[in-house]
Design a protein around this ligand. Structure first.
Ligand code: GLY
Length: 579
């Protein structure tokens, strides 16, 4: 094999030896075997929510029913990101092969303006798009879950809401994973009376084994159970949401709640090495960027180059860098901007990008811009469910930051999102995730902010073989990409693929963040010599993945088991469980 990557001279001889070793067949450090089951699988970020989903499947509900019940349950047992007051996406593949996508992303309130986060000096006022009521987008989750249930589910609403109502009403015992995440927001809960009354125990942080009871949230869930979306978007809950906004200087009105609708959209689809990838379309950037990166990488022999060889990592980083130029520059809500989806997901465009990737040298991010060829000028929790009938559902929904604004609308138990920060507050100024975005994602009334959430389903010969997704803001897209490469190119089991350390590059800042043990010292040396700037890991993702058919793609099933689930160990919570 030709080695393109030039090692510093003193390393060349020694690296040639290790290169041959690497390319012979690297194996991952041992991971646990994926959780195996015969009839169906649920992977979520909280064990009680996983159990709720499995119970629905056991009782004969389909994957969509389970997804709806899990969505409501996570709002209770995983308040950091499970929600009623946020929004999200659902990628579905039905047993008959139909593929579709539900967009229940939050919307900018009708009174929102492009410059609402700028001060008189024209600069972004720090915190305005992340803290307090001005950060809140019009929630979409209840609309989305109800839409999914009515159109694709088989169970009645009350049945699917019952477990969530019970968990909220009777409470549940907090485990270490629950506590770890609650403690991230202790100070903020102390500043909001309604949040402090729920998420603190007499003003102090909860401890392992304490019970979290959410009576107001139980009442809100009961109203939804009785009246459907009207139980949330109309009546006392809606009035409390509006009152909360008004009392905190926000702009949310009843008119915003009245006009909220879930959109059903065609997913983004692309092919990669014989697999068919189905993922999130705009207003998510996820599907477009994943397909763009896969198209670029398909032109390189990643398997032969070896897992995490400097050369293969170099190509992956460069693919990420180029695709994020496009993400941050061109994409936005399709009701407001024309997204160049066909061009960005075209294999010929990927070939143009490969042509400018130097095999030996990292690009300099600030030299890559819209308008510089080949880029044209112009301007979260995840859960995965698969059932015995062939339905597969991937859901990512979010309050944006953990616990969103950390403000609860008094009397409802509903935590409010800070999704408005996903818009471009000012062109060129980074948001919460360090994303430097463009005009296509400018704020406008009723517009949905660009997202990175990437609920994804992979097919082989028309059948779903992999269901996956993760939280993590801008790092969602690259975590999904790496999990795809780990399973498709490197043949890992689904658990190995989820466990494998990750790296992330998003164009700006010009720094690739690297988890511990992601690269060997030799690989690091080669990458840095080629101009790559490597930085510390970003906060961890929490991948939830299901592989259907065998523990690894193309592998042999274990006994009669068809479903193999992997919960990401990085976040000390979550469970893969089947039956
Ligand atoms: N709030 C993170 C995302 O939607 O990408």
């Amino acid at each position: 094999m030709k080695i393109l990557f030039r090692a510093p001279p003193r390393f060349t001889a020694q690296l040639l030896g290790s290169w041959l070793l690497i390319s012979s067949n690297i194996s991952m450090a041992a991971s646990l075997a994926p959780v195996a089951a015969e009839h169906g699988m649920v992977v979520t970020a909280q064990h009680l929510a996983t159990q709720v989903g499995v119970d629905v499947l056991k009782q004969g509900g389909n994957a969509i029913d389970a997804a709806v019940a899990v969505g409501y349950a996570l709002a209770v047992v995983y308040p950091a990101a499970g929600n009623l007051g946020g929004g999200g996406f659902m990628t579905l593949q039905l047993a008959d092969g139909q593929k579709t996508f539900l967009d229940f992303r939050e919307k900018a309130p009708l009174a929102a303006t492009a410059n609402m986060y700028l001060g008189q000096d024209g600069n972004v006022v720090k915190g305005l798009s992340t803290d307090g009521h001005l950060a809140v987008g019009v929630p979409g989750s209840v609309s989305g879950l109800e839409y999914a249930r009515q159109k694709y589910g088989t169970r009645d609403r009350a049945q699917l809401l019952k477990p969530a109502i019970e968990l909220a009403q009777q409470g549940f015992n907090l485990t270490q994973g629950d506590i770890d995440i609650l403690h991230t927001a202790t100070a903020a809960f102390g500043k909001d009376k309604a949040s402090g009354a729920i998420f603190l125990k007499h003003g102090q942080p909860f401890k392992v084994g304490d019970k979290l009871v959410q009576k107001d949230l139980a009442k809100t869930l009961q109203r939804i159970s009785h009246r459907g979306t009207n139980g949330f978007y109309q009546g006392p809950v809606a009035a409390a949401l509006v009152k909360s906004s008004q009392s905190g200087g926000g702009i949310l009105t009843q008119a915003d709640l009245d006009q909220y609708r879930t959109r059903e959209l065609a997913p983004i689809e692309c092919d990669y090495r014989g697999y068919h990838v189905v993922s999130a379309p705009p207003p998510s950037s996820g599907g477009v960027v994943i397909c763009e990166m896969l198209n670029i990488l398909e032109g390189y022999p990643l398997k032969e180059l070896g897992f995490r060889s400097a050369q293969s990592v170099h190509y992956q980083i460069e693919a990420m860098r180029h695709a994020y130029v496009d993400r941050n520059s061109y994409l936005g809500d399709p009701d407001f901007v024309t997204n160049p989806v066909d061009r960005l997901t075209d294999k010929a465009y990927a070939a143009q990008i490969r042509a400018v990737i130097d095999p030996n040298r990292a690009a300099i991010s600030k030299e890559l811009r819209p308008g510089v060829a080949p880029h044209e000028g112009s301007n979260t929790t995840h859960y995965s469910i698969a059932d015995r009938w062939g339905n597969a559902v991937a859901v990512t929904y979010t309050l944006n930051d953990w616990f969103g604004t950390k403000i609860t609308a008094a009397g409802t138990g509903v935590l409010l999102n800070n999704e408005m920060d996903d818009f471009t507050a000012k062109v060129g100024v980074p948001n919460l995730y360090g994303l430097v975005q463009g005009q296509a994602n400018a704020i406008a009334p009723g517009k949905r902010p660009l997202s990175s959430m990437s609920p994804t389903i992979v097919n082989k010969d028309g059948k779903p073989v992999l269901v996956l997704g993760t939280p993590g803001g801008s790092r969602i897209i690259t975590a999904v990409l790496l999990t795809l490469l780990n399973t498709i190119d490197y043949g890992m089991t689904v658990q190995e693929a989820v466990d494998a350390p990750r790296f992330h590059q998003q164009w700006l800042p010009d720094l690739t963040s690297v988890e511990a043990f992601a690269f060997s010292p030799d690989t690091r040396t080669l990458l840095e010599a080629a101009g790559h700037k490597l930085g510390p890991a970003q906060p961890a993702n929490h991948m939830a993945a299901i592989l259907i058919g065998a523990p690894a793609l193309g592998g042999k099933p274990v006994g009669k088991n068809r479903f193999y689930g992997a919960n990401d160990p990085r976040r000390n919570s979550g469970l893969a469980l089947g039956f």
